[in-house]
Design a protein around this ligand. Structure first.
Ligand SMILES: Cc1ncc(COP(=O)(O)O)c(C=O)c1O
Length: 426
């Protein structure tokens, strides 16, 4: 499969070929925990990572391998690793390069689960995360210390919809010998962060990649360009005792990061994706940008509708020309602006609740990027683990409603939103 094929072709074909044993054209679900070794000698070489091949599904699986190759192609990376969830992708991406005593810098506008992981859980393991304003380049620079191992951000920050200046932040990271990790869950196919200087991309495959709110999954993609031998990352240049003294940078070159994540961390932590989920997500990949384009077109129309609605006090959508992230969206998102529209309902918390209880077609659900349109009140749900002060500094006001726009007929969505808004302020 040629890497130069265009996006839609990669979404349908990358990583897949007819099954060599049966000729099955669709990727089979290899639902097996283990694989028979051809010989004792071959088994020894597989265990020493001297040859490619499957040993045990906690390390690799042929169905997941197709998904990994497909998403690596979609994101323009050299390799990928499928994970059980988006959270495990984020966790493994960071633990692969940081440990007790290290620090990470993160933009402060994050999915609530990631914020909690960084703010409350990682410090318990000795990894300190310093939060900075997504757009404040000096804040990133000033937060870097000798102990900093990476900069982390989301491509469309959830829920404030901040779009970082990837190239400027990557330059700051690289000037300091550290990688930029981007969670590209919300902007897959709109931007390829690896083409703009990012080094590692993570996804919650539960969202656009799965596409219909069924399968949980995560994926880490390795850009293959970062120099892990620059002295700051001994885990790639010093022998790994788990593999008879193997040195990842020497054994795997540009794939050192993703091979260590697989052979060391996923093997030890067991954060593996199930082959059935990999199969289901492969099916969804085939319609990925068709769906994403429809999500984004609907979201823009709904944002414009909300802007002129009597019950709405403000609308946040990067596709609106007066939005503070519009310039960055134009620079990086290729004419799309994401599926999340947030708005404030006149009145506040009570009107917000009434709106959510009055929608008929929209679902009240804690998810995003589902084919179905979803609404939620972040202050009392996804971001309720934050203090009121933290919520406000992340832009989560009591009147804030987040909508993840799906791929239904937009006229039906607008009619439902309109009737619910009218009821809410009645
Ligand atoms: C941007 C982003 N990253 C990561 C995650 C976590 O993914 P998962 O729920 O698959 O663990 C989410 C979940 O909503 C998300 O929105």
């Amino acid at each position: 499969m040629k890497r130069e094929y265009r996006q839609r072709t990669l979404e349908v074909h990358a990583g897949e070929m007819p099954d060599p044993v049966t000729g099955a054209r669709a990727t089979p679900i290899y639902h097996t925990s283990s694989y028979a070794f051809e010989s004792a000698d071959k088994a020894k070489k597989l265990y020493a990572l001297e040859e490619e091949g499957h040993i045990y599904t906690r390390i690799s699986n042929p169905t997941s391998e197709v998904l990994e190759k497909r998403v690596a192609a979609i994101e323009n990376g050299v390799g990928a690793l499928a994970q059980s969830t988006g959270m495990s992708a984020i966790l493994v991406a960071i633990l692969n390069i940081a440990g007790n005593g290290d620090e990470i810098i993160s933009s402060n506008n994050l999915y609530g689960g990631t914020y909690t992981l960084f703010k409350n859980t990682m410090p318990n393991w000795g990894i300190k995360v310093n939060f900075v304003d997504t757009h404040d380049l000096d804040a990133y620079r000033n937060a870097i210390t000798e102990k900093t191992k990476a900069i982390y951000c989301e491509s469309i920050g959830n829920p404030q919809l901040d779009i970082p200046d990837f190239e400027a932040i990557a330059d700051i990271a690289h000037e300091n010998g550290i990688p930029l990790i981007v969670d590209n869950t919300s902007a897959i196919t709109m931007v390829k962060p690896l083409d703009h200087g990012a080094d590692i991309v993570v996804h919650s495959a539960t969202k656009f990649l799965s596409g219909n709110g069924t399968s949980m999954g995560g994926i880490i993609v390795d850009g293959g360009k970062f120099d892990w031998t620059n002295g700051k990352f001994p885990m790639f240049t010093e022998p790994d005792e788990s593999y008879h003294g193997l040195v990842y940078s020497e054994a795997f070159g540009e794939k050192a990061y993703i091979m260590k994540a697989r052979a060391h961390l996923m093997k030890d932590l067991g954060t593996v994706m199930s082959p059935i989920n990999a199969f289901l997500i492969i099916q969804s990949c085939m319609t990925l940008s068709l769906r994403v384009n429809q999500h984004c077109a609907n979201a823009l129309k709904i944002a414009e509708f909300l802007k002129n609605h009597e019950a709405v006090s403000w609308v946040n959508y990067p596709g609106l020309e007066d939005n503070e992230n519009h310039e960055m969206a134009e620079k990086y998102l290729n004419g799309n602006y994401g599926c999340i529209v947030s708005f404030g309902i006149k009145g506040g918390i009570e009107e917000g609740k009434k709106f959510i209880e009055s929608v008929e077609l929209l679902s009240h659900v804690a998810n995003i990027a589902d084919a179905k349109t979803l609404v939620i009140h972040p202050a009392s749900t996804t971001h309720s683990n934050m203090t009121e002060e933290e919520q406000l500094s992340s832009g989560i006001t009591p009147d804030f409603i987040r909508m993840s726009v799906g791929i239904e007929d937009v006229n039906d969505l607008i009619e439902d939103i309109d009737q619910a808004l009218k009821k809410a302020i009645d």
